[in-house]
Write a protein of this length. Structure first.
Ligand code: SF4
Ligand code: SF4
Length: 299
């Protein structure tokens, strides 16, 4: 059995990638299953998805704890999650990153493939949705599935949902990533921390079940935890405000879902705290005088 674990963020399409891979594997005559694991997240929070492929019927229903391959749709996750946890010794990590494999520190020296899926997605799809590009990299890095099978599955699955043209563009993103994927070995320098406990156990929960503010070894949880949950790692874009154009209507301040725009003086100038800006672009959308431009967060 070949097992794959996808690490992504809500909205990046990890679940769809896992399903598309399973469908392509079935079309090649295998058995396959795909399923997601969601925490209590919203758009942008970490998400897991899994695919199992075998020549025999698959009865296992658990999450994938010892994958043959981990696929990482967002390299900002490498800072906070041990994505290669449980990876088999001969396994491989496929990572969406501008870096070469030897410049990526996974805390272990392991087979690694990288591709700049964000740039490919932006160029072809005009949106930072990296799930189809990363599937192309998966095909190249593992040889478990033919790129042609993936292209066919992508066209069908995305075409049905989003229209034929979008299906074809997504297949092109997969093919482009397939051709641009770089293979190598990761570095193994950083010290990996033991798995952290993010939430209290049910015995620690108060009667009624609402979460109390408490400190865990992963940080603060419950009310007040907002200040510890820096979301800047999620941002593909960030807003730049043109002070000359700004008429101080404060619509951006009002609509920002993260409350990251602050009024910093009596005259009422504004400041964006990029630590808490997830780059959603709502502020730029709402600005009536086009004073906010969204620019790439990481060049
Ligand atoms: S892009 Fe704008 S609206 Fe979105 S989080 Fe950042 S400052 Fe707020
Ligand atoms: S919405 Fe535009 S004009 Fe209004 S305060 Fe924000 S940047 Fe200035």
């Amino acid at each position: 059995m070949y097992e794959v674990r996808f690490h992504g963020r809500g909205g990046q399409g990890a679940v769809m990638a896992a399903q598309t891979l399973a469908e392509a594997a079935v079309n090649e005559g295998n058995y396959a299953v795909a399923f997601p694991f969601f925490g209590a997240e919203r758009r942008g929070a970490p998400v897991l998805a899994f695919t199992r492929i075998d020549s025999k019927k698959i009865f296992s229903k658990t999450q994938v704890y010892n994958p043959d391959c981990v696929v990482v749709l967002d390299d900002s996750l490498l800072d906070t999650i041990d994505v290669v946890s449980g990876l088999k010794p001969e396994g491989i990590a496929v990572i969406n990153s501008k870096e070469k494999p030897e410049d990526i520190d996974l805390g272990k020296t392991i087979n690694t493939a990288t591709v700049d899926a964000v740039s490919i997605a932006l160029e072809i799809l005009k949106a930072p949705i990296t799930n189809t590009a990363i599937l192309g990299a998966f095909a190249k890095a593992t040889g478990i599935i033919k790129i042609e099978s993936l292209e066919e599955s992508i066209k069908r699955k995305f075409g049905e949902k989003l229209g034929e043209k979008t299906g074809e563009k997504n297949a092109l993103a997969a093919r482009t990533a397939y051709e641009k994927t770089v293979m190598g070995k990761s570095r193994g320098i950083k010290k990996l921390e033991a798995r952290k406990q993010w939430l209290p156990t049910y015995q620690e929960m108060p009667v009624g079940g609402s979460l109390i503010e408490s400190k865990t070894d992963a940080g603060l949880i419950g009310p007040g935890s907002f200040i510890e949950n820096k979301v800047s790692g999620w941002a593909t874009y960030r807003p730049l405000r043109d002070r000359e154009k700004c008429v101080m209507c404060l619509l951006c301040w009002f609509y920002c879902p993260e409350g990251t725009i602050h009024r910093i003086s009596n005259k009422g100038d504004l400041m964006t705290n990029y630590d808490y800006c997830k780059g959603c672009g709502v502020c730029a959308n709402e600005c009536p005088v086009d004073a906010i431009k969204m620019v790439r967060a990481r060049a």
